[in-house]
Design a protein around this ligand. Structure first.
Ligand code: ADP
Ligand code: 5GP
Length: 217
């Protein structure tokens, strides 16, 4: 499905465990014209993660070769692993008027926004508390204890980057947070600059003959 407007690059960032993947999955399920940007990473797959769906899992050497060849729109080192956004699928989607959802950190978000000014919308998801963030990371049970502790150490620094973002949503109640993210997306779709067809629509409305004159008393 193609939209009759310019595509949106919607970035969701948060400290690990705040809920961006959960919210992102729901957005993708409910919006047929949105596709995920599948990042490349040197981190090993978590249980249940699929190659090409969650990430493209690469060795360090493979990742470096792609970075050197300019195949990434941006890349960064996060939690001692490399993560990068493949450039080609993003460009293809934008040309086709489709939206792309990114689950990337603040450095990547900054680079994507700089490379694609005007197309990028950045949303930062905050946890309701650091204690709840820790609880969610342990409840997710997908990372080893030391990995979780390192992620929690990093969380304060990541939260400190909130000023880079267009919108901030606290994920306390999942339905409420999802509704807010969805509302931001819907509103951004309606932005005048993304809808070049409006000029013609307005010209047609103005030119439309009024068949029955309305009497105003
Ligand atoms: P992230 O992608 O930011 O690392 P996830 O989406 O994987 O985070 O969420 C981390 C864990 O917290 C998951 O187990 C998820 O089901 C849970 N979770 C997400 N949002 C909420 C919420 N509002 N309340 C309680 N648990 C949540
Ligand atoms: P995780 O290992 O939990 O999947 O991701 C760790 C962090 O890396 C998250 O903050 C996630 O948003 C970020 N990340 C994932 N893919 C990319 C990417 O392509 N580029 C950048 N800059 N960060 C990414």
């Amino acid at each position: 499905m193609t939209a009759d407007r310019r595509g949106i690059l919607l970035v969701l960032s948060s400290p690990s465990g705040a809920g961006k993947s959960t919210i992102g999955r729901r957005l993708l399920a409910e919006n047929a014209c949105m596709a995920p940007s599948v990042s490349a990473t040197t981190r090993p797959p978590r249980p249940g993660e699929l190659e090409g769906e969650d990430y493209h899992f690469l060795s360090r050497a493979e990742f470096q070769a792609k970075a050197d060849a300019g195949e990434f729109l941006e890349w960064a080192e996060v939690h001692e692993n490399c993560y990068g956004t493949p450039r080609a699928p993003v460009e293809t989607a934008l040309k086709a008027g489709r939206d792309v959802l990114f689950d990337i950190d603040w450095q990547g978000a900054r680079d994507v926004a700089a490379a694609m000014t005007g197309d990028t919308v950045r949303i930062f998801i905050l946890p309701p508390s650091m204690a709840e963030l820790k609880r969610r990371l342990y409840a997710r049970a997908q990372d080893a204890h030391d990995v979780i502790e390192r992620r929690l150490q990093r969380a304060r620094g990541e939260i400190g980057q909130w000023g880079e973002y267009d919108y901030i949503v606290v994920n306390h109640d999942l339905d409420d947070a999802y509704a807010k993210v969805s509302a931001i997306y819907q509103a951004e779709c309606l932005r005048r600059q993304r809808n070049p067809w409006v000029a013609q629509k307005v010209a047609d409305l103005i030119a439309e003959p009024m068949e029955t004159p309305t009497r105003v008393r």
